[in-house]
Design a protein around this ligand. Sequence first.
Ligand code: 13P
Ligand code: SF4
Length: 349
Amino acid sequence: MNATESAIQIPRPAHFEAPLTRLPAALSEAEKQSLNTRIKQLLKQQNAVLVAHYYVDADTQALAEDTGGFISDSLEMARFGQQHPATTLIVAGVRFMGETAKILSPDKRVLMPTLEAECSLDLSCPAEDFSAFCDAHPDHTVVVYANTSAAVKARADWVVTSSIAVNVVEHLTAQGKKIIWAPDKYLGHYVERVTGADMLRWQGACVVHEEFKSQGLHELKAQHPEAGILVHPESPADVIAMADVVGSTSQLIKAVSELPHPSFIVATDKGIFYKMQQQAPHKTLLEAPTAGDGATCRSCAHCPWMAMNSLENILHSLETGQNEIHVDAALGQKAMIPLNRMLGFSQRK
Ligand code: 13P
Ligand code: SF4
């Protein structure tokens, strides 16, 4: 907690119960092929495109690639959905990604494989509590992470993702702005440290990244001194402090290809290994430890909500039209303003 925060009451994040990670059912090659064939037909018939996040299962990522869809970080998912001519977007990820797609493309149909795929950051930050907090500090510019509901975005001046959070906050700090940051306390702390911003931080956390442990990381690094350490900034500060590269999912994938290290310890969701291995097949990838000796992990470096996406529920959604995302039109229009600000800002970098 920084000096300003200790003098101010920061609301407690909402309580929620995260599910345990359950992987999609293992499929035989024949089953996969049959699902893929049917999904491909429906994508074509319905003028639909599949947009997937790096954390969903490898089969879904492969299908997105194979069908002219897209796999990316949350920033580029938003941009792709907005720019692609398809009239239906099927978004394999978590709810805020589907909502963002709908806000940016209100005339498109946005389907998700499941509507149960939440995000702990989004759940930690109910719109009413957050809005009251913003109202209590009207002299602050409100910057929210993309991992929030449409209503929280609608209350914000800026939306950011991890790939541009530092740049946006730097830009605002240079203008002398004081900032309310929500919902991820670790990313907020990292951004504050790098930019020197004056920030009030919501105290949410990602259930996946919060589990990475610096003690275990030190031990693993001692066993693999040649390995580079890659860390997503939703991780605790002592884990970030050990990183060779701190960055968004796309930035970490780029680092695997570009850095000279023969191996990497990766502190983010292990779904990302599909793309990292594809881009750098000769490099060795190691999972960062999620728990010290004798402890347990709950998500174990795989997001319980990302794991709810599968080929089977993609097919189900396309066949039935179920799991369509709806965002109230007036709310969507308000949320679109900071989202478009984010997309515009990232383009001029
Ligand atoms: P990226 O924006 O880096 O893809 O991260 C999204 C996310 O949910 C990370 O946990
Ligand atoms: Fe949210 Fe963490 Fe899952 Fe990303 S990995 S969607 S931040 S819970």
